[in-house]
Design a protein around this ligand. Structure first.
Ligand code: FMN
Length: 361
């Protein structure tokens, strides 16, 4: 059967009305990890605009899991209560909503981007950051190496936040395992220099992510989809760098542990060669991971036109198209894309006079 950008997709109990996904985008508009009116409008307007799945910004499982003091969280009940009306509003528009859970590890404790995004030491309200190894990820401070006991509590924190995500009514969970944050700090040998069960071999470096997936699967309903965002490659020429072959290997394990979708991003420790950052530059990662493993994939990165998005789906390069910056420019991208592609997609009832069904004006 021919598929296009507006074909539905079923993932466990999640019935998506189309293939358009709002990619997670940190807003730095939270106090005490609480989502608020900004998040309601930011996420809600993309649901009104017709996105099939809306994913929240990276939401921390613990206060020290944040990148800045302004990140959202899911480490307490007040945060569950704050997310609930946002979840309900998005769902009332016919969209689904996933929370992206994360821990920034050694990349945490930074000032607000508008204040320079520099490392914030404990004396200035920040915290001591911890990572796979005692490394500096921002060239401003050195993280401490996590102990085995601390690793075990991290896994429990992820499971507890996943339980809270279910309580808040989220339809799915995405684990942020890319962009140089905690899980990536473990699976990439560029950062992980441990010599215990969590370092050294490939199996040891991916252990934390797999243990976390297991812990989350054990506390969420079987029918709830679990997504993982990976950095498919490290953008580094170093011999130890994470490669696409490593990603394929990891994805086969993630599938065995109950992960349904892999969203294929890249990088986090070093910037890609600027000349290679061109439209669709990360799509081949989603395509190759899908071809090698059969997992459902999301393509992301410099996808900005309806034609590009539709071709990714109709040619089978990926199952989902994730948009970030283009959605900041155009919250109604799906409605505009449907018109461009001559596909009939209903606008929200109160907006019909601006988006009349085809053939009427
Ligand atoms: C303002 C902003 C905030 C972002 N925050 C997150 C985040 O919280 N989690 C994440 O996985 N990616 C984050 N990203 C990356 C995007 O999800 C996306 O992968 C990237 O911007 C490339 O897609 P685009 O070319 O459509 O913008 C962020 C990007 C932007 C522009």
């Amino acid at each position: 059967m021919d598929v296009n950008l507006f074909s539905p997709l079923q993932i466990r109990s999640l019935a998506l009305k189309n293939r358009l996904v709002m990619s997670p985008m940190q807003q730095y508009r939270s106090t005490d990890g609480l989502a608020g009116p900004w998040h309601l409008v930011h996420l809600g307007s993309r649901a009104v605009g017709g996105m099939g799945l809306v994913i929240t910004e990276a939401t921390a499982v613990a206060p020290e899991g944040r990148n800045t003091l302004f990140d959202t969280g899911l480490w307490n009940e007040a945060q569950v209560a704050a997310w609930k009306p946002i979840v309900e509003f998005v769902q009332a528009q016919g969209a689904k909503i996933a929370v992206q859970l994360w821990h920034a590890g050694g990349k945490g404790s930074h000032a607000h981007p508008a204040a320079g995004f520099h490392y914030l030491p404990p004396a200035d309200g920040g915290w001591v950051t911890k990572s796979a190894s005692a490394v500096s990820l921002d060239r401003q401070h050195t993280a401490q190496q996590l102990t085995a006991a601390e690793i075990a509590s991290l896994v429990s924190e992820f499971a507890a936040s996943a339980r809270r995500a279910v309580q808040a009514g989220f339809d799915a969970i995405e684990l942020h395992a890319g962009h140089g944050y905690l899980f990536h700090q473990f699976y990439s040998a560029l950062v992980n220099q441990r010599q215990d069960d969590y370092g050294g071999s490939f199996e040891n470096r991916v252990r934390l992510l797999l243990e976390t997936v297991d812990a989350i699967r054990a506390v969420i309903p079987t029918e709830m989809p679990l997504l993982v965002r990976l950095s498919s490659v490290d953008f580094s020429e170093e011999e130890d760098a994470w490669s696409l072959a490593d990603s394929v290997h990891l994805v086969t394990l993630l599938q065995q542990h109950g992960v349904d979708v892999v969203t294929a991003s890249a990088g986090g420790f070093s910037a890609p060669d600027k000349t290679k950052v061109v439209p669709l530059y990360q799509v081949p990662y989603a395509e190759q991971i899908k071809a090698a493993t059969g997992v459902l994939t999301g393509a992301v990165g410099l996808i900005t036109t309806p034609e590009q998005a539709n071709t990714i789906i109709s040619s089978g390069q990926a199952d989902l198209v994730m948009l970030a910056r283009e959605l900041l420019r155009d919250p109604y991208f799906p409605l505009h894309a449907a018109a461009t592609l001559h596909l009939s997609v209903p606008a929200p009832e109160p907006y019909l006079r601006a988006f009349p069904p085809a053939g009427r004006s």
